[in-house]
Design a protein around this ligand. Structure first.
Ligand code: BG6
Length: 481
């Protein structure tokens, strides 16, 4: 299948840090369809040759195992072209169209790896020159909007130019193998589904913790914050996959219809419940992995007195028959004690304990990263003295080990899917807008509240109030149990 893949923002961080290395992996693994061209588009005056040289330099900063050797780079670079474009100039889009039309590849993927402020302008210009025929797909990187109104505006323009099935909204978490495994766990196995409901589950915890701080992204991050950066998209997408009803097929719309229903069933926040059920925090200096690190307010390009949250923990419920009354706790933060993304399903205790001791409940831990695996915690008898307490034991599955050679990184998978036209792992506009609708009352309440985020020490698990949030229901975060 012949394709042309165009990166708007061709010299930007996302392109060289994530997209080009991912494409190279696909190329190295022989998964990139033959007959492809990759076109980087940016403002600088560059030739194909100079851009390839520049990219080769950038690759030196990429993780060793993902870096091409000289011979591999030569072969990969032969697919890469460069084109100067000023995105505000209509004739430059015509030039792009002529370049693409000269070959008439079966598929054209236009990847907007630019600032989202340019999305509407680029889409309009693409439409104006007719770069929206059926063979064209547009890939939109997050953040898609800043709030509901701006997301709706982007979607309005995208829809006025492209059909919904031509729009590929990226949430890179959906490309992670561990996240795809969630679907396999639930809908490819008969074991858990009968237990996957309020009768058996006491609470569910989704944690996306990072050790890193905001690094060089202070200016961007300060206008964004953890709620918009991680909860509105990644954490909510995970929640939908945990809570959704079984879709009738594995097709994109069957899955996305079910995810949308979950988003619509989330308990709406009010000003009062935001105070009670949402904790926001901001890191102070502290010790992460043995290194003393700056507090958020001392990070580059962060305004003094910023109220930007670098941590959020919240409690919500999915208001339907399956989940009524089961708390879902979501938590994310920068400069936390560990890089750890996981979903913990805490099952209910046995209804009538007959063994001595505390009789812990069963727990299923779905590990997303750094390890990718499943841990099922059970209780067992050691077989020693009569009447001794049961001992916690766990069944541990390591998917990285089990499937090592077949694992495909998130961006590699998503780029290949965009080229192939598979929408399953992309977010539909209505899902995305519903997620904004749900987080907006939190943003509004925070804007009215001058107390700002609670401080927490870098290297901790966030403000103490996050523990209290869960303790109010009689539960505890996984690391506190
Ligand atoms: C991005 C956020 O979407 O996800 C970043 O903008 C965050 O702030 C990143 O660091 C985390 O992704 P991952 O794949 O490293 O967990």
């Amino acid at each position: 299948m012949s394709f042309d893949l165009v990166f708007f923002g061709g010299t930007g961080d996302l392109t060289w840090r994530k997209l080009m290395p991912a494409l190279f992996q696909a190329f190295r693994h022989g998964k990139l369809p033959a007959g492809g061209r990759i076109l980087a588009v940016a403002r600088d005056d560059n030739s194909d040759e100079r851009y390839r040289e520049w990219l080769k330099e950038r690759f030196r900063e990429v993780d060793g195992s993902k870096r091409p050797n000289d011979e591999e780079f030569e072969r990969f670079a032969a697919l890469i072209h460069y084109r100067r474009m000023d995105l505000s100039q209509p004739e430059h889009y015509q030039g792009l169209k002529d370049w693409l039309d000269a070959r008439q590849a079966e598929t054209v993927v236009l990847y907007l790896a630019t600032s989202p402020y340019l999305f509407t302008q680029i889409c309009q210009q693409l439409g104006a020159v007719g770069l929206n025929e059926d063979r064209v797909r547009v890939v939109l990187e997050k953040p898609l909007g800043h709030d509901l109104a701006s997301a709706q505006e982007i979607n309005r323009v995208v829809r006025s130019v492209f059909k919904e099935e031509q729009a590929f909204r990226i949430d890179h978490y959906l490309g992670k193998p561990s996240v795809q495994n969630l679907m396999a766990l639930r809908f490819g196995n008969a074991l858990f589904e009968p237990l996957w409901r309020r009768e058996s589950i006491a609470n569910i915890q989704i944690t996306l913790a990072e050790e890193l701080g905001v690094g060089t992204r202070g200016a961007f991050y300060d206008g964004t914050g953890a709620l918009r950066d991680m909860i509105q998209n990644h954490a909510l997408q995970l929640l939908t996959m945990i809570a959704m009803e079984p879709p009738s097929t594995n097709d994109a719309d069957a899955i996305r219809d079910e995810k949308l229903k979950v988003l619509r069933s989330l308990k709406p926040f009010t000003a009062e419940t935001v105070v009670r059920d949402v904790v926001r925090g901001q890191y102070r200096s502290g010790n992460v992995g043995g290194t003393v690190v700056n507090g958020y307010l001392d990070e580059a390009k962060v305004p003094e007195n910023s109220h930007c949250e670098t941590f959020v923990a919240l409690r919500t419920e999915v208001q339907n028959w399956r989940w009524a009354g089961v708390p879902f706790y979501l938590r994310t933060g920068k400069r936390l004690a560990a890089r750890d993304a996981q979903i913990v399903i805490n099952f209910r205790q046995v209804p009538h304990p007959i063994f001595p001791g505390t009789n812990q409940a069963n727990r299923l831990v779905i590990k997303l990263q750094p390890e990718d695996g499943l841990e099922l915690q059970l209780l067992a008898a050691k077989g020693g003295a009569h009447g001794e307490a049961l001992t916690p034991v766990s069944l541990d599955l390591d998917f990285d080990k089990a499937f090592a050679t077949n694992r495909v990184g998130a961006y590699e998978r998503l780029l290949l899917d965009a080229i192939a036209g598979r929408l399953n792992l992309f977010v539909r506009s209505d899902e995305q807008e519903q997620a904004w609708r749900w987080v907006e009352p939190i943003l509004d309440a925070w804007e009215q509240d001058s107390t700002g985020p609670r401080p927490y020490n870098a290297g901790s698990w966030g403000p103490a109030a996050a523990s209290a949030l869960v303790a109010k229901d009689g539960f505890a975060w996984a690391e506190e149990q």
